[in-house]
Design a protein around this ligand. Structure first.
Ligand SMILES: Nc1nc2c(c(=O)[nH]1)N[C@H]1C(S)=C(S)[C@@H](COP(=O)(O)O)O[C@H]1N2
Ligand SMILES: [Mo]
Length: 314
């Protein structure tokens, strides 16, 4: 059996009401005089609630975007190329039951039922900055488990230098796959040390509830120091590899989207600047902000790239 992790006792979980009021207080203090209306902290979601512990240490203090912004402005080409398409079309995805195939350079491989993979795993809420390569940005309260914790259970061997993640391919459930806008299935990858970094999160929910289909239900990656396209959705396969995996956007336009995709204000996309970003939902004048190296996570992750030329490895 893979390594087991302790279950959280109910007494260890802060009641949601207490936690939310503490959060509202904190957000109010941090927003200071410039504070506009606080976003609703309890999501108006019909989806099942998830138990979780907030991870304040790994969360940013900025107020999160509204639930509607996070769930109605998406990139998920399997459901269409416009930002409103996933919310309109992703109802055809059936995220339960779900299984994940684990393959490649690891001692524990096979096909796992997602429920079994998540059983007994302590879920965390982490409020992360999210930055799309198209220059829009949001702040999102994700719920998930550290990717390192999940991957460790498969006991990757010493040849495992990279991890590849693959999205479901099923044109019945994903009508966007009937057109060839990208090569299907969508694939992404990380170097193993990036995947094992404590900030990398395997996400199963947001705003207190199970992930909406349009956000990549039931299982999607979040790598907060990288552009959003690294955060592959609706994952059905995890493969440990010795060589660098292909990635969907790199295959589509190799001069525009690299393997590393670290948020970098100094390295422009060939067709636009990355120096600034537009925060979705912010008042017009406050919306444009400077882009931060590694999306603000430089102190935690810059060391992963010591000695690398980040202009060449974009
Ligand atoms: N399978 C799949 N995953 C995907 C995409 C996609 O088109 N298909 N788009 C990516 C891009 S470009 C972004 S910006 C984020 C958007 O995540 P969100 O809709 O939850 O904000 O998902 C990423 N993951
Ligand atoms: Mo994106």
């Amino acid at each position: 059996m893979p390594v087991r992790f302790p279950t959280i006792r109910p007494s260890e979980i802060t009641p949601e009401s207490v936690y939310l009021s503490r959060r509202a207080l904190l957000a109010g203090v941090l927003a200071g005089a410039a504070s506009t209306a606080l976003p609703a902290l309890e999501a108006p979601s019909p989806l099942p609630k998830l138990p979780y512990q907030p991870n304040a240490q790994l969360s940013v203090s900025e107020a999160p975007n509204k639930y509607d912004e996070i769930t109605q402005y998406n990139n998920f080409y399997e459901f269409g190329v416009d930002k409103a398409d996933p919310a309109a079309n992703a109802h055809t995805l059936r995220p339960r039951p779900w299984s994940v195939a684990v393959q490649g350079e690891a001692d524990v491989t096979g096909t796992f039922n997602l429920e079994d993979l998540l059983k007994g795993q302590a879920l965390e809420e982490r409020i992360y900055r999210f930055r799309c390569v198209e220059t829009w940005a949001m702040v999102i309260p994700w719920i998930g488990l550290p990717l390192a914790q999940l991957l460790a259970r498969f006991k990757p061997n010493s040849r495992a230098k990279y991890v590849e993640f693959t999205t479901l391919q099923d044109p019945q459930q994903m009508p966007g796959q009937r057109s060839r806008v990208l090569e299907w299935p969508y694939v992404e990858g990380l170097r193993i040390d990036e995947a094992m970094h404590p900030l990398a999160l395997m996400v199963v929910g947001l705003y207190g509830h199970v992930l909406p289909n349009q956000n990549g239900a039931p299982l999607r990656l979040i790598v907060p120091w990288k552009y959003g396209f690294k955060s592959v959705k609706s994952i059905v396969k995890i493969r440990f590899t010795a060589t660098q995996p292909r990635t969907a956007w790199n295959v589509a336009a190799p001069n525009e989207y690299g393997f590393y995709a670290n948020v970098n204000p100094a390295v422009d996309h060939p067709r636009w600047s990355q120096a600034t970003e537009r925060r979705i939902g912010a008042p017009f004048l406050a919306a444009r902000r400077p882009t931060l190296p590694f999306n603000g996570y430089a102190t935690q992750v810059a060391g992963l790239y010591a000695g690398m030329d980040l202009r060449r490895n974009f």
